[in-house]
Every structure is written in structure tokens, then in C-alpha cells.
Design a protein around this ligand. Structure first.
Ligand SMILES: Nc1nc2c(ncn2[C@@H]2O[C@H](COP(=O)(O)OP(=O)(O)OP(=O)(O)O)[C@@H](O)[C@H]2O)c(=O)[nH]1
Length: 242
């Protein structure tokens, strides 16, 4: 993986060995403990694509390193937060996972506008999820910001023997859309999952003019009051369970 993608790995065993320290040392280290540095930056990323392509699985693999074999379909939208460090900045990522079912489009479309990055997913073993891509591009054109970074992901790479959509087909689709990147991944095998999100964030940061990023930076540092996780005009996301 690119060494610039310097993400804090979840500490194995939960917290630097303090569980084995003596009580006195524990108290001492507690006194010395610095409060975590607040995030410099907030970014929203939205995951879209047809039903069952693995949007939730990619999000959960990235944020919690878990995989669910028999998940329920997402209803409306769900989200997770993950903090990453990139280009010397601490970035708080808000990742929106949207329902693939068309009947939720009126809810999910409201979340496109604020996304700085869009992950469009299809399933390499399901032709119809690839055929649906132009429909999702129409949603992007209609509802997303023109500046949003786009990444096309062919998921379920672990199912190579059932593959219907070749890598070249995915590449060709992405190459026809200005600035769209492409990769294949497997949420199940945890292949290319970190890379999807980190590459997208890196692209977002790299295209931000310095003055804009400084402005956004100071805005986010100044607005330390709790921010609403959901845009106020939108209904709260409906959570799913596995
Ligand atoms: N083999 C394999 N199965 C996967 C992978 N990712 C997801 N799945 C499975 O595909 C099914 C659908 O996954 P979800 O993550 O719920 O798909 P989704 O796109 O969020 O679906 P909707 O919420 O209905 O839009 C589940 O049974 C997952 O276990 C993968 O990389 N490989």
C-alpha cells in the first residue's frame, strides 16, 4: 500500500498495554494522557450502487473490519465515522451508505450534494448491477456536486470463478467519465478496501486549493460545537441491523 496512506490501525488488545501496568503506573499514565487532537477536517463520502453489490459490506469492512455474510438490505441511509491521518491532517470521514433499492432514491438523493467523494459500486458477478451504472451516473449528474471525486468499484473480487464483468469493462466504463477512477475490491477478503477510501480522500485533498483547504480547516476548528451528523433538513438515517 502507498506509504502516504498513514491510517491509525486499531490497537490490538485495546490501548497500549495499560491493562498489564501496575495501578500506580496506571494512575501516572492516566495523569499524563493528552486529550486526542481534534480533527482538522471533515469530509463526507457517499456509497451508491444497486441492491446487494456490497455497499454496506465495504463500509463496515473499512470502519469496523467486520464482514456480514447475510446482511439485511439498507433502508434509506446509514452512516459510520472514521478518522484518518493523511497529508499531515487529521480527517474525520463521514461515510454514508445508501439503499440500493430504487424506492429509496428520493431519500438517498438528498445526501449526494454534500459529498466530496462518491463510491459507485457494482458486483462483478451480476450483469444487471453493471447495466445499472448509467442510471446511477444520472443520479450523480442530477444531485451531486460537480467537484465530487468519483470512484467506480467492482466488488466481490473473491468470486473470480463467477465473474461476468471483466476488469477491462469496468476500466472502459470509468474511462468514459471525466476524472472517474476505477478499482476492483473484495469486502469479504478485505482486498483494496482501505485503498478505496484513502485514495478518494487523497484525491479530494490534492485537488483542494491551499486557500480553500485552509478556510475549511479553520471553519472546522472554529466550529467545535457538536455538529449535526445529519443535515438538519433531512430525516434521520434509519439504521439497519445484521
Ligand atoms: N463474496 C462476497 N460477498 C459479498 C461481498 N460484499 C458483500 N457481499 C455479500 O453480498 C450481500 C449484499 O451485501 P450488502 O453489503 O448488504 O450490499 P448492499 O449493496 O449494501 O445492499 P443494499 O443495502 O440492499 O443496497 C451480502 O450477503 C454480503 O455478505 C464480497 O466482497 N464478496
Amino acid at each position: 500500500m502507498d506509504p502516504r496512506y498513514d491510517i491509525p490501525r486499531r490497537a490490538a488488545g485495546g490501548g497500549g498495554g495499560s491493562a498489564n501496568s501496575s495501578p500506580a503506573l496506571g494512575a501516572q499514565s492516566r495523569r499524563r494522557k493528552m486529550p486526542p487532537r481534534p480533527a482538522d477536517f471533515k469530509l463526507q463520502i457517499i456509497i451508491i450502487g444497486s441492491r446487494g453489490v456490497g455497499k454496506t459490506s465495504l463500509m463496515e469492512r473499512y470502519t469496523d473490519d467486520t464482514f456480514c455474510e447475510a446482511c439485511k438490505s439498507t433502508v434509506g441511509v446509514d452512516f459510520k465515522i472514521k478518522t484518518v491521518e493523511l497529508r499531515g491532517k487529521k480527517i474525520r470521514l463521514q461515510i454514508w451508505d445508501t439503499a440500493g433499492q430504487e424506492r429509496f432514491n428520493s431519500i438517498t438523493s438528498a445526501y449526494y450534494r454534500s459529498a466530496k467523494g462518491i463510491v459507485l459500486v457494482y458486483d462483478i458477478t451480476k450483469q444487471e448491477t453493471f447495466d445499472d451504472l448509467p442510471k446511477w451516473m444520472k443520479m450523480i449528474d442530477k444531485y451531486a456536486s460537480e467537484e465530487a471525486e468519483l470512484l467506480l468499484v467492482g466488488n466481490k473480487l473473491d468470486c473470480e470463478t463467477d465473474r461476468i464483468i471483466s476488469k477491462q469493462q469496468g476500466e472502459r466504463f470509468a474511462s468514459r467519465i471525466s476524472g472517474m477512477r476505477f478499482c476492483e475490491a473484495s469486502a469479504k477478503d478485505n482486498f483494496n478496501v482501505d485503498e478505496i477510501f484513502l485514495k478518494l480522500v487523497d484525491d479530494i485533498l490534492s485537488k483542494m486549493p491551499l486557500e480553500v483547504s485552509n478556510k475549511e480547516l479553520s471553519n472546522s476548528v472554529l466550529s467545535l460545537q457538536p455538529e449535526p451528523e445529519v443535515p438538519p433538513e433531512l430525516p434521520p438515517p434509519r439504521m439497519r441491523c445484521c
